[in-house]
Design a protein around this ligand. Structure first.
Ligand code: AMP
Length: 424
């Protein structure tokens, strides 16, 4: 199948060519047609499937018609990084269209943001908290909106944003097209979809399964030995680009500092950093200035970085879904990747489900003097997990916006599985 089939506006097709997309990914093949027809969409799909272009391309096509310079489309995203990535995709794919996009999220003063929103903007990519501030202040006009996109709805839910999303929706015109994308479908997201979508087309891409291209090693370790183990692994393994996950922001920060002290090119990415610092970390990791990035789940989910060779779970996540998301950062676009996971007695419950999930791919790894017996982890009583930090609306202390004309950098990476669409 080729993109020609969709008869997209020539200026949008120019963006497809510049991005180097030869043929639509499965989610694009299934979603672009119905979106062009104006249908609502419920898309079960993860980052890495080409989901962004699946909604951006038909959106740009539709925005080419109608009056410009008013907010006609709103993309709601759980994190600043995801809002920024979507904004960049709009700029890149719409570079010849002259359509404008703005981001609305934490980082700089609201005054700059207000000025940005006063200029002509066709699309706003926003995190819910700051958008509500603008709605409250009357500094954004959403009366001309005709497309609402909820991206990573399950992550919006995890971060406690669903009440904010519902509040925002009350300020939008009821006659609109709504597209909802989510990697998983918890009951709350299902209920939101039921309330917001009208006669939607259901699309499901890629089951919740770990990528086949990733190999796994599980290191049974005592909590106090994790840093020594990480240092040992970093010293002995060739790791061009390693993404290390910790459970807390403070641990991400201190671990990165410790690694820098002993000569590693390391950075951190978590919700306590300013937007500028987050961007510097991510850009530096993308372009290879940093070999190791220590991140929390909140900051790292949905991030599209190509060529990550290793994902290291310094702290295990709470659920197998979160595990799949994390390891999905490596082994992308048919490349191979390695996932190294440090496990303690606290992870006993998760281990059981991961063992089932990974089957033959499950492998324990011992490091003399640093790891313990697997039985110490497996047979530990299912410990009560320490409370995981939730960086929801309250953590978004200051926010930023930028308005740009189309035209941006290119992305290249994909990995997907497909399923036939169903109509609800
Ligand atoms: P996403 O799932 O939207 O995060 O996209 C994952 C990656 O796939 C991004 O780097 C996109 O630029 C890339 N991508 C999207 N669509 C295509 C396509 N049709 N062909 C090749 N790469 C694509």
């Amino acid at each position: 199948m080729s993109f020609e089939k969709f008869r997209l506006n020539e200026k949008v097709m120019a963006g497809v060519r510049t991005a180097g997309y030869k043929e639509p990914t499965p989610i694009q093949a299934q979603a672009i047609g119905p979106i062009l027809e104006g249908r609502d969409i419920l898309g079960l799909a993860q980052t890495g499937t080409g989901k962004t272009a699946a909604f951006v391309l038909p959106l740009l096509h539709r925005l080419m018609q109608g009056r410009r310079g008013r907010v006609r489309a709103l993309v709601l995203a759980p994190t600043r990084e995801l809002a920024e990535q979507t904004h960049e995709a709009i700029l890149q794919l719409g570079r010849k269209t002259g359509l404008t996009s703005a981001t609305v999220y934490g980082g700089v003063s609201i005054t700059n943001q207000i000025a940005g929103l006063r200029s002509c903007v066709d699309v706003v990519c926003a995190c819910p908290g700051r958008l509500l501030d603008h709605i409250g202040r009357g500094t954004i006009d959403l009366s001309a909106l005709d497309t609402l996109i909820l991206d990573e709805a399950d992550h919006l839910f995890d971060m406690g944003f669903l009440p904010d999303v519902r509040r925002i929706v009350r300020h939008l015109p009821t006659r609109r097209q709504t597209l909802l994308f989510s990697a998983t479908m918890p009951a709350e997201v299902r209920s939101l979809a039921k309330d917001l979508l009208d006669n939607s087309v259901h699309i499901e891409i890629g089951r919740q399964a770990p990528a086949a291209t990733v190999s796994h090693k599980f290191y049974p370790v005592q909590t106090g030995q994790k840093t020594a183990l990480l240092r040992d692994i970093l010293e002995k393994t060739d790791m061009p680009s390693a993404l290390v996950f910790t459970r807390t922001k403070s641990r991400a920060k201190s671990l990165a500092a410790q690694l820098c002290k002993i000569g590693h090119k390391a950075t951190s990415l978590h919700g306590n950093l300013t937007q500028q610092k987050r961007r510097q970390s991510l850009d530096g990791f993308r372009d290879g200035r940093y070999e190791v990035m220590i991140a929390t789940d909140i900051a790292a989910r949905g991030i599209d970085v190509t060529g990550i060779s290793h994902v290291i779970n310094y702290d295990m996540p709470a659920t197998s879904d979160a595990f799949i998301h994390r390891i999905g950062r490596t082994g992308r676009a048919e490349k191979t990747g390695d996932a190294l996971s440090f496990i303690t007695g606290e992870d006993a419950t998760l281990l059981r489900s991961l063992k089932k999930l990974l089957g033959e791919k499950w492998k324990y790894q011992a490091v003399s003097g640093l790891t313990v017996s697997p039985a110490d982890c497996e047979n530990a009583p299912a410990a009560v997990r320490s409370a995981r930090p939730v960086c929801g609306r309250k953590s978004v202390s200051s926010r930023t916006s930028s308005v740009k004309r189309s035209g941006g950098r290119s992305f290249s990476d994909a990995g997907w599985l497909s399923r036939a669409p169903q109509t609800a």
